[in-house]
Design a protein around this ligand. Structure first.
Ligand code: GUN
Ligand code: FE
Length: 452
């Protein structure tokens, strides 16, 4: 296969958790299929020769002082909840669902409404540097298929699920699957439709089996979804052990923990991404790690609904892969930058504790701090690992997705007044201070999808 594009750029990425690498003026060659062919470092013996050769190529791009970061990977987002982002965050989870979220999601029976909202959301995510996203749709096949088409058309890598919520005692009559049988039939049809759509989409769109969460589904539906996941080898997404209420509800219904229940129905596979996981214990973590399933950390949302802080380091040490999600609209922000920051801040509260009546040595949980670089890993390479796709770093064989950061853009110029700054300071500034104004271009699968 021939080389399509060549980039000369300085970049940051995180190959290992907590470790970052800065490559100054690297040369990246990308094949026609959007896969990185070579990353040539500036100390490579052939660097000058190759740069000279490539610089006359018709698709040679020199990004100069701008900085490339891997495209961000948002693995938990409710697309239909975008209209209420920032609203209604004062209730407890189950009240919020009943009073605000279900009535909003019911509106997506109207496909035109879906088209309008979903187009705006996908464009907003791209503008914020999110190149791959795993979405909950609604119970409606037609509107949710529209979301997959919008991702396909706008160039984003989309993982999209028709939501299943069939339990008549747990869901309102105005918003639930009509029957278990229909929920399963519609899910299977959705898998077929998105798979067919994805055949002609270079960056990929994928169907995701999506039981909303255990409380909203009958045993029969959970069982049927596990069978479909196996039959079609699909991705799976749901919520697991999010809040006290949700976690305890599942324990009471089954006499087993949320993780065990999901696993028993075949819903914790290596392609499963479970949102939140705040109440996962060490035994649950073993199941996640053994099954190669991932936990998607949603730190902004968790500040409102979780009743706890996810112990990221503890789960990482127990072998669980962790990625990052916005959880719109439990989380108000469409930006993974905001969630990277919140990961760090929430972890500091967990580490130090919050009750000022306690002596400092009893207040927090030691070794809970997550660094900004560790959070950056979760938003990039951690996401790639959750998807089991070569995503999130700049390396031969990986998919070429990136965002181009200009730290001097007039609308948000980052401070640059210190002498002898280390490379890593630049990444810290970008992660803490940049806004979508600083993201000047977004490339997915070797193709530019956005230029501001
Ligand atoms: N649990 C079930 N549905 C939802 C949802 O829409 N958002 C959040 N945060 N938790 C859920
Ligand atoms: Fe959620």
């Amino acid at each position: 296969m021939t080389i399509k594009n060549i980039f000369k750029a300085s970049l940051f990425h995180s190959i290992h958790y907590g470790k970052i690498e800065f490559l100054k003026d690297a040369v990246i060659t990308v094949l026609e299929n959007g896969i990185i062919n070579e990353v040539i470092k500036n100390n490579d013996p052939n660097y000058v020769e190759k740069l000279t050769e490539y610089s006359s190529h018709q698709n040679f791009y020199d990004f100069g002082d701008k900085i490339l970061l891997p495209g961000f990977i948002d693995l938990h987002i409710h697309a239909p909840q975008w209209p209420q982002a920032g609203l209604a965050l004062d209730d407890e989870l189950s009240c919020w669902l009943d009073n605000f979220t279900f009535p909003l999601e019911a509106k997506y029976e109207d496909v035109n409404y879906a088209k309008e909202v979903y187009t705006d959301l996908v464009k907003t995510l791209l503008a914020n540097g999110t190149t791959s996203a795993m979405y909950f749709g609604t119970i409606h096949n037609e509107a949710t298929l529209e979301l997959a088409k919008i991702c396909a058309d706008l160039g984003q890598r989309g993982f999209v699920g028709k939501v299943v919520m069939d339990d008549k005692t747990m869901n309102p009559n105005f918003y639930r699957d009509y029957s278990t049988k229909e929920a399963l039939k519609n899910t299977e049809q959705f898998i077929k439709d998105v798979t067919a759509l994805g055949k002609n989409v270079p960056q990929g769109v994928y169907p995701v089996i999506t039981p909303r969460f255990v409380p909203s589904c009958t045993d029969e539906a959970l069982k049927g979804l596990g069978v479909l996941a196996k039959k079609y080898n699909t991705y799976i997404q749901s919520h697991c052990s999010e809040s006290d209420w949700e976690h305890n509800f599942v324990s009471e219904r089954f006499g087993r923990r949320d993780t065990e229940v999901l696993a028993s129905f075949g819903l914790l596979t290596d392609k499963a991404v479970m949102a939140h996981g705040n109440f996962i214990n060490s035994r649950d973590a073993k199941i996640f790690s053994h099954n190669h399933s991932s936990v998607c950390h949603c730190p902004i949302s968790n500040s409102y609904f979780a009743n706890a802080v996810l112990p990221v380091n503890k789960l990482k040490n127990e072998g669980v892969n962790i990625c990052l999600g916005t959880d719109i609209s439990g989380g108000f922000s469409p930006s993974l930058y905001d969630n990277i920051k919140q990961t760090v801040m929430s972890s500091r509260l967990l580490n130090d504790g919050v009750d000022n009546n306690l002596p400092s040595n009893q207040r927090g949980i030691n070794n809970s701090k997550v660094s900004i670089f560790e959070a950056f890993y979760l938003a990039t390479h951690g996401g790639g690992k959750a998807l089991k796709l070569p995503l999130g770093i700049f390396k031969k064989g990986y998919i070429c997705d990136f965002q181009v950061i200009d730290i001097s853009t007039p609308n948000n110029k980052l401070p640059n007044y210190l002498d002898n700054e280390e490379d890593k300071h630049l990444l810290q500034k970008i992660l803490y201070l940049s806004t979508k104004e600083n993201i000047r271009e977004v490339w997915i699968q070797g193709k530019r999808v956005l230029k501001k």
